[in-house]
Design a protein. Structure first.
Length: 228
């Protein structure tokens, strides 16, 4: 978060009712903010944690693995996608976003300034779909799953997302990974219960990496590796 905040009230740029409730794009000073059902999700103030989410997953993969495939859960303000597309080592990059409004804001709206090059990258595919449903129904596997659709396993945006962090949901993530693949989950706070769920699902090298913030509890990335 920045050290100081704009003093003027935020301006609503777009407000829509989607399949999962209300989603709002606001401008607050120089920042763009996404609000879902009254809950602040993210803004364009930093992007450090989104970049670490991608970098931490790539660092866990063997350097000799050619063109590893990546699924990003949640398009958000586009930091994760932009950072992944800027890394030539990644192969196929799939982004799953369930809110049509957010996809629109990147294709033709104010967020296009952050993600246009990444969206146009030939490796990039954006799927307008519910992440939990996609993971349960697809037969495609990936080398890395980088998930950032909530404020963390213990603070979900909607009740529908709770299943992603359950034993069954984590087991599905495990099944969607290639041998030696990496699951990386962003969270606003560490979750010991989620670490236990990851271990019980058969993941190895389960660890939590902290991301310093200006004030309060550090953000974290939960990392888990499927056995090769």
């Amino acid at each position: 978060m920045p050290d100081s905040f704009p003093t003027e009230p935020p301006t609503v740029l777009d407000r829509r009712t989607g399949p999962h409730g209300e989603v709002v794009l606001r401008r607050h000073g120089d920042l763009l903010q996404i609000i879902a059902n009254g809950t602040f999700l993210m803004d364009t103030s930093d992007g450090r944690s989104e970049r670490l989410l991608i970098d931490a997953a790539l660092a866990e993969l063997p350097a000799a693995r050619p063109g590893p495939s990546l699924l990003i859960g949640g398009l958000g303000v586009g930091f994760s996608l932009a950072h992944a597309a800027a890394e030539p080592r990644w192969g196929r990059i799939t982004v799953v976003e369930r809110e049509p409004a957010i996809v629109d804001w990147h294709l033709t709206g104010p967020l296009r300034a952050l993600s246009a090059a990444a969206v146009a990258d030939e490796r990039t595919e954006i799927l307008e779909a519910d992440l939990v449903r996609h993971l349960h129904t697809t037969s495609v596997t990936y080398d890395a799953l980088c998930l950032d659709i909530d404020n963390g396993p213990d603070w979900t945006v909607t009740e529908d997302n709770n299943g992603l962090y359950s034993p069954a949901g984590v087991g599905t993530c495990h099944a969607r990974l290639n041998p030696g693949g990496v699951l990386a989950v962003w969270s606003a706070q560490p979750s010991a219960n989620f670490e236990g769920t990851l271990r019980n699902a058969g993941f190895r090298t389960v660890r939590t990496e902290e991301i310093p913030v200006v004030r309060g509890v550090p953000d974290v990335v939960h990392l888990a590796v499927r056995a090769a």
